[in-house]
Design a protein around this ligand. Sequence first.
Ligand SMILES: Nc1ncnc2c1ncn2[C@@H]1O[C@H](COP(=O)(O)OP(=O)(O)OP(=O)(O)O)[C@@H](O)[C@H]1O
Ligand SMILES: [Mg+2]
Ligand SMILES: [Zn+2]
Length: 478
Amino acid sequence: MEHITLYRKYRPKGFEEVAGETEIITTIKNSLKENRISHAYLFAGPRGVGKTTTARLIAKGLNCMENGVTDNPCNKCQNCLDIDKGNFIDLNEIDAASNRGIDEIRALKDKINYQPVKGRKKVYIIDEVHMLTKEAFNALLKTLEEPPSHVVFILATTEPDKILDTIISRCQRYDFTFFSLIEMSKRLLEIAELENITIDKESLKLIYEKSGGSMRDGISTFEKVISYYFGEEITYEKTEKALGVIPKHKLNEFEEIIYKNDLKDGIEFLDSLWEVGMDVEDFLRDFSYYLKGKLLVNSLFSLEHGISIIEKIFEVINKFKYEEDKRLLGYLILYKIMNFKAEHSQPLIIKQIEKKEDKIEEVSINISIDEIKKKWKEIKQKASKKKIALKVFLFDAEISRLVKDKLYVVFPRDLGYHKEMMEKKEINEILENTINESFGVSLKIVYELNGQADNDNKSFEDNKLVNKVRDFFDGEII
Ligand SMILES: Nc1ncnc2c1ncn2[C@@H]1O[C@H](COP(=O)(O)OP(=O)(O)OP(=O)(O)O)[C@@H](O)[C@H]1O
Ligand SMILES: [Mg+2]
Ligand SMILES: [Zn+2]
């Protein structure tokens, strides 16, 4: 048997199968029921949302031999079947993108006066009508003014703004729109059931995102997934894989690495992607979109910083379009992004520990600093579970000392930002509560910055890597 793509196989055969667009469909059905179809329609809207489908259904409703003019064509009579097959003699589909000129419209006008051969009405669907030349438009306009009563025009376009007002005003206009996730999922589930396929909600969501809201693209994407895993149940992981989507947790991980400003980790991370065959450039692009989506909600970065990261990613991608080893491109981006942070990082202010402290009344705390140090890693993990950002903020934080009821937590000198974040009331509370719950005490935390000897070694390491990258690009970086 001939294989036909799913979106063609499942082009709705009746109005009840058309997803979304309920108001348009209801109005058209009513006009058919009452036999008040107008002589010209304009269907505007994006690709693959049902313009041609609806136009063909109107042709069916007007020409069904079994049910008369109907909103419920029989799908059995010869006219219905011919329309489904795309060879009904009284239905003319003209693609204005490849027939743009006045001659085509003239030819159309010559034939238009003949009565329908097999049906009640001749239906002319003119697709991408905005592509017609000016002369062709004018010729069409005259026809639209006074078409013979046995003719119905349905003009379709993805770019209604390019159509003359005089044309629009002669048509009944309907604006088709993108599908919502719910509408598309519903249709895809109907198709899945007919194809005997099990698919989960998360997969449908991912397919929807990839489709951009177009049903044709949604069905094609769905088909891609199910043919990749022929006969199997479809899960989110399989869908991610079939569509070559970069897993969310990887994007998340990368954000944290950039945030920690760790060039070495970053390079290792990109290498690990490369080792499993992921395209580093694709990854960085996806990361930009991911970051863009997160910036206004819950990114580790400020809006300004985030945008500058995205800008740098695209800048380097464009500059090294023809570079074959995309890993190196990744290294360079890392270097640039992390450089930004160094340039803009806050001046380091080490707050004087307030003198007042000594005056605070005696509090006895029944715990030793060693006990806390021993459990520090566990505490950090617990706190991060409550709020993931703490994982990053506390990554390099250590316990330094315990003075009465004050526990001092110290950060490396270059991580002033982490300290500032931890000092925020709602964030500090998370750590404080975690500690106090764990030891049954009531400690206050004080955050400090410190210089650390091994930190200098690390930046030396980083510099070696930077030099490698720089050599590769013949010193382009600086
Ligand atoms: N509203 C819908 N309900 C169900 N399926 C739809 C709908 N819209 C589109 N489809 C599916 O997408 C396919 C393409 O739809 P259609 O040809 O009607 O799109 P279109 O709006 O004319 O797009 P284009 O502008 O690209 O011509 C159909 O065969 C059908 O499988
Ligand atoms: Mg179409
Ligand atoms: Zn019929």
